[in-house]
Design a protein around this ligand. Structure first.
Ligand SMILES: [Zn+2]
Length: 289
């Protein structure tokens, strides 16, 4: 009897439906409950909120939008918004697939209630008056376009004029591709404004939240006199995969996380969100001119 030949294994063909996946989907009931992506605990949403959007089980810091950030960091009712009237435009008439940037702007504004990906103004942190910027990671990934650069530069100039300590909470996917080279120019503009602020003797505390990447990292995020990071935040320039492919080697565990960067001198201090107000106030008292 002839030996039966094994079936030839065909290459994977995505057009052939091979039945449903057997991997059970994790069910997360919406609304009242949420799952922590770090420890996978089921958490009561209200408890997480009361805990400053930090997982009570494992201390994972959830991402928070700009308004929530301001609420968590400043004295109640003390925030006066500035430069809110500066709205984005679409200078390149950018389109991709069947979407337009103009539509996307409207959607991001509706979703977040913010005109752009950074909110700027003057506020008090434990009684200390500061010029404050908070990036909104929910607004097109906190990307830095012309308006973000302009608002940050205006905030820095305001701080230079008034010699207020400057605090910027960074949370960004990097420069905004939809505005092309105009986004890249914001790196130079914000950096130049910060250089003048520095020459005037100003104190700049940069707070890096998860994630801080790309052109934002390569400009104002990393120019703080003191660079504070939240625990476990992803902080880097290019993505891990891009770097690994470029240098053709494996990257160490936890590469581009706050703790790794602290160890390697890119971050000065890691501060738990519940200590952030105290720490910013302490730094102002310690360092301010
Ligand atoms: Zn957790």
């Amino acid at each position: 009897m002839a030996e039966q030949k094994p079936d030839i294994v065909k290459p994977y063909d995505p057009s052939v439906f091979e039945g449903p996946s057997f991997r059970k989907k994790r069910e997360v009931p919406g609304g009242l409950w949420m799952r922590c992506p770090a420890c996978e605990s089921m958490l009561y949403r209200k408890v997480v909120r009361e805990n400053l959007d930090v997982c009570p089980e494992c201390q994972h810091h959830f991402r928070v939008g700009a308004r929530r950030r301001i609420e968590l960091l400043t004295d109640p009712g003390s925030f006066e918004e500035r430069f809110a009237e500066i709205a984005p435009s679409d200078p390149l008439q950018f389109k991709w697939a069947d979407k337009t940037f103009a539509d996307r702007i409207r959607k991001e504004q509706e979703k977040t209630g913010n005109v752009e990906a950074v909110v700027t103004g003057i506020a008090y942190v434990k009684g200390r008056r500061v010029a404050l910027g908070a990036m909104d990671g929910d607004w097109l990934m906190g990307s830095m376009g012309s308006v973000v650069g302009e608002k940050v530069a205006l905030l820095v100039e305001e701080a230079t004029r008034t010699l207020l300590p400057l605090v910027i909470v960074c949370m960004s996917g990097g420069a905004r591709m939809h505005e092309g080279a105009l986004s890249l120019m914001q790196m130079a503009k914000t950096s130049a404004a910060l250089a003048r602020f520095d020459q005037a003797g100003g104190l700049y505390i940069s707070v890096l939240a998860d994630p801080t990447t790309g052109g934002t990292t390569a400009s104002f995020a990393m120019l703080g006199d003191v660079i504070v990071a939240e625990p476990g935040a992803e902080i880097g320039f290019a993505g891990v995969r891009v770097i690994a492919n470029t240098i053709k080697s494996e990257l160490p565990e936890g590469f581009q996380r706050s703790e790794f960067l602290l160890e390697h001198g890119f971050v000065d201090i890691i501060v738990h969100r519940k200590e952030l107000r105290n720490e910013v106030a302490r730094l102002i008292d310690y360092c301010a001119p």
